[in-house]
Design a protein around this ligand. Structure first.
Ligand code: LLP
Length: 423
């Protein structure tokens, strides 16, 4: 039986395997909670992007925020990817993972001067600038270093990505990007600043997008702008169409990356822009379905109104359900024939009612079982916190039957290492 989202995750008999590794066995060896990712699944998710873009100048910049483990970055760097970063911390990760900083685009609405300086010194390929104020400061910082910073302006095409309000970014009311109407003036200003070299245009309209239409709408708006900007004498070399492609958590049917890109390229060519280099910034679609969060069942707590299945992972380990009411699939890593199926709320130990991983889930489960939270490879570990003084989970990478520990479990002393008692 194959589960939604990934052909690499499947039951063999009663046991759930990721690649050729039995997941319940990993918890016995490495403890719980535990994030596990498949390198094969990540590369398989990258393949349709590469295939669709192989015949033209392009760069796939993996959006690090989705999963920033060094081994994950190393995997994508070795596959030829660049990176989309949003902080000096993420830049340092690219360097530590052996990535190529000349393939980095630096996004984000609030870069500090120190981050701009580090980005310029590292030779990042482009800053995606989100305001006129940022343009001015970036020019100043670059001039101070005797350099020019390459820039794209992130434009806000004002299209509805049709996704959760917290992860929709291309609408007028969002803090992101420069309004369509102001874009031309912003480009003229950028071209006039001594410390800047205008190289591209950028947009990113949101995340977990499951339709092609919003991308095509945004692309049309971007192409309109490119034409107006070039008519004003500013050359645009590349178009960065952002990330945002959704994955299957339950019954979503997002387009395959090559189908989406095929349609975008068709529109680009039809409008006479086929010569431009194309950038994408995918995050979730490269790693989301490549990972699971494993968690052990501590107690069953049946009740009059609700049955609670208390597990040892919590909202601090995986925030998406608490923050977005996101649905993540949950299955037993060892299917039981000896327990009746019942409806459970799967909850963690944290002292908040919002601390749930899944509601009303039908599971045959007993204390001591290992549950797998599916599609947890993106925005799982990267959003984890130490709330309730809980150390963050360990992370493993698998490939075939190989297993690597790619992050050790945080210990309690790690948690207060930087704290001091007062006199
Ligand atoms: N580029 C930019 C400028 C972004 O802001 C993002 C994501 C991406 C690329 C990658 O988008 P993706 O391909 O992963 O959709 N924590 C939320 C998702 C936040 C997305 C933020 N920006 C979640 O768990 O659903």
């Amino acid at each position: 039986m194959t589960l939604p989202g990934s052909p690499f995750l499947a039951y063999r008999g009663p046991d759930l395997f990721l690649d050729d590794v039995r997941l319940s066995g990993l918890v016995r060896e490495h403890g719980s909670p535990l994030y596990v990712y498949s390198r094969r699944a990540m590369l398989a998710a990258l393949a349709p992007y590469q295939k669709a873009l192989k015949d033209r100048a392009h760069l796939i910049c993996y959006a690090i925020k989705a999963n920033s483990n060094l081994a994950v970055l190393q995997t994508f760097a070795q596959a030829g990817c660049g990176f989309d970063i949003v902080s000096a911390g993420e830049l340092a990760r690219v360097q530590a993972a052996g990535g190529d900083t000349s393939k980095v685009v630096f996004s984000g609405v609030g870069k500090t001067r120190a981050e701009m300086k580090l980005g310029i010194e590292a030779g990042v390929r482009c800053f995606n600038v989100e305001s006129t104020a940022e343009l001015e400061v970036l020019s100043e910082v670059a001039s101070g270093l005797g350099r020019q910073a390459r820039v794209s302006v992130r434009v806000n095409p004002d299209v509805d990505a049709g996704t959760h309000p917290y992860i929709s970014t291309g609408l007028k009311g969002n803090k992101f990007g420069i309004a369509h109407e102001e874009a031309l003036a912003t480009y003229k200003r950028a071209a006039s600043l001594p410390g800047l070299d205008v190289v591209g245009i950028d947009c990113h309209i949101g995340s977990q997008i499951t339709e092609v239409a919003p991308y095509l709408d945004a692309l049309d708006r971007v192409l309109d702008l490119v034409e107006a900007i070039e008519a004003a004498g500013v050359t645009i070399h590349h178009m960065d169409l952002g990330g945002g492609l959704g994955i299957t958590y339950t019954d979503e049917t997002p387009p395959a990356a090559d189908v989406l890109i095929g349609q975008l390229l068709q529109r680009i060519d039809a409008r006479g822009h086929g010569h431009r280099e194309i950038l994408f910034e995918p995050g979730r679609s490269l790693v989301g379905n490549a990972g699971v969060l494993l968690t052990e069942v501590l107690f069953l707590k049946p009740g009059e109104q609700k049955n609670f299945c208390v597990v040892d992972a919590a909202m601090n380990d995986l925030m998406r359900p608490a923050l977005y009411e996101a649905y993540m699939g949950i299955v037993n890593a060892h299917q039981r024939a000896d327990a009746a199926q019942q409806v459970w709320d799967v909850v963690g130990p944290v002292c908040e009612s919002g601390d749930w991983l899944g509601r009303d889930r039908t599971l045959a489960v007993q204390a001591g079982d290992v549950l797998a939270v599916l599609s947890a490879g993106a925005y799982g570990m990267t959003m984890a916190s130490n709330y309730n003084t809980r150390g963050r989970a360990a992370e493993l990478m698998v490939d075939g039957d190989q297993v690597w520990v790619i992050r050790e479990r945080e210990t309690v002393s790690d948690l207060f290492r930087l704290e001091h008692r007062i006199a």
